[in-house]
Design a protein around this ligand. Structure first.
Ligand SMILES: Cc1cc2nc3c(=O)[nH]c(=O)nc-3n(C[C@H](O)[C@H](O)[C@H](O)COP(=O)(O)OP(=O)(O)OC[C@H]3O[C@@H](n4cnc5c(N)ncnc54)[C@H](O)[C@@H]3O)c2cc1C
Length: 342
């Protein structure tokens, strides 16, 4: 630890956001990881939630995570307001002297993290996948070059501002038993008139099929060609409520519309069954499907990263396996098994 705050830095600040009084998905996920993160840093976690009239959301977050939550309320924070969040956090940071300030790795939270780091003149590391403390400092890992390389970074100065990838830490509440749920509501007095987020709604054309599906059949670059999307559609017909999704690799090639992209910069899904067909399992893809109940990966490469995430692996060419799967299903159907059994 080359330069650090002179006070003892034994806390971790977990920062959550709300959208019109509700916890954002990233905030829920970060909350579940908070005690594990605090355990790894051997410090106490304190959570801060920003929004307008967020007593209920703060109570829910505290109960479900076991964290003490400070709710900072301000009318200008009804929708995520990165500038105001950064300025509102400064006094809390002075009071708690945290070693790290963690935001969820989501677009608006990244903006708030970067703004805060600039105000504090602190290092900012985004998309963090692993965090450890050694005798000297905090050591972090993140993917670079689309998941092809893994970088290890040491925070040379504390506090460090981080954005944390969803679902990577265990969520174990046993990691730091000293934490206990409680809520303290404070009024955030600051104003920021540069801009005020006024509303946030689902776009009228938003395609919700992926989020609603119980089964997601997702294809990646391993499909090899646009026509292979037909094989994914064939598999969706086996199930009662299934939808086709894809990796960014497949969407960038124009094989699937970007509205079907799953991952960090696409949709987040948590279906009962996720079939990953020809997808390597880059961290940015995993960020959007890691919480699926059962993951089946179909891949020709038995070292593909997706297999570490999958509950079942099929090491096979998808062009062989998918038609076989559909054929077996059709054979069973002709023997009298009903669609309702799927
Ligand atoms: C800032 C940023 C944001 C990103 N956001 C996202 C995001 O939201 N979602 C996302 O998916 N990616 C995202 N990416 C891209 C991501 O890093 C990967 O590049 C991308 O996910 C790779 O797509 P893929 O798995 O389809 O392709 P590849 O990595 O090329 O993998 C193809 C896989 O198919 C297998 N395969 C090949 N042929 C066959 C076959 N015949 N049968 C079976 N298996 C086969 C291969 O073994 C390989 O594992 C992002 C990257 C960055 C930098």
């Amino acid at each position: 630890m080359k330069k650090s705050d002179s006070r003892s830095q034994h806390s971790l600040l977990i920062v959550g956001e709300t959208i019109d009084g509700q916890l954002s998905a990233g905030t829920k996920s970060l909350g579940q990881q908070a005690l594990d993160l605090a355990g790894r840093l051997n410090c106490r976690a304190v959570a801060v939630l920003l929004g307008d009239r967020i007593g209920e959301a703060a109570d829910q977050w505290s109960r479900t995570t076991g964290l003490p939550v400070i709710a900072l309320e301000n009318g200008q924070c009804r929708y995520p307001n990165p500038h105001l969040a950064a300025s509102g956090l400064e006094s809390l940071i002075k009071a708690h002297a945290p070693s790290a300030i963690c935001f969820p790795h989501a677009m608006r939270a990244c903006q708030a993290a970067a703004t805060l780091a600039r105000r504090l003149d602190a290092p900012c590391i985004t998309a963090v996948e692993s965090i450890e403390k050694n005798a000297e400092t905090i050591v972090l890992k993140r993917s670079i070059h689309g998941g092809r390389l893994c970088a290890t970074l040491a925070a040379e100065r504390l506090p460090v501002v981080l954005t944390v990838m969803p679902g990577l830490f265990s969520g174990s509440t046993a990691a730091h038993p000293a934490a206990s749920p409680s809520v303290e509501i404070r009024t955030l007095k600051s104003r920021d008139d540069r801009y005020i987020p006024r509303s946030m709604e689902l776009s009228v054309h938003a395609d919700q099929a992926l989020e609603k599906a119980r089964v997601v059949v997702a294809g990646g670059r391993g499909l090899g060609e646009a026509e292979a999307v037909g094989a994914l559609e064939g598999v969706t017909e086996i199930f009662k409520n299934a939808a086709v999704g894809g990796s960014r690799g497949a969407c960038d090639l124009g094989w699937l519309p970007h509205s079907r992209q799953i991952g960090e910069t696409g949709r987040t899904v948590s279906p009962a069954l996720y079939l990953a067909c020809g997808i390597s399992g880059a961290p940015q893809h995993l960020a959007g499907m890691r919480d699926s109940q059962t993951i089946v990966a179909i891949n020709t490469d038995k070292t593909a990263a997706i297999l570490r995430q999958a509950h079942y692996a099929v090491i096979e060419d998808l062009r062989t396996f998918l038609p076989l799967l559909v054929e077996r299903y059709q054979r069973k159907m002709t023997k009298g098994e009903t669609h309702e059994d799927r």
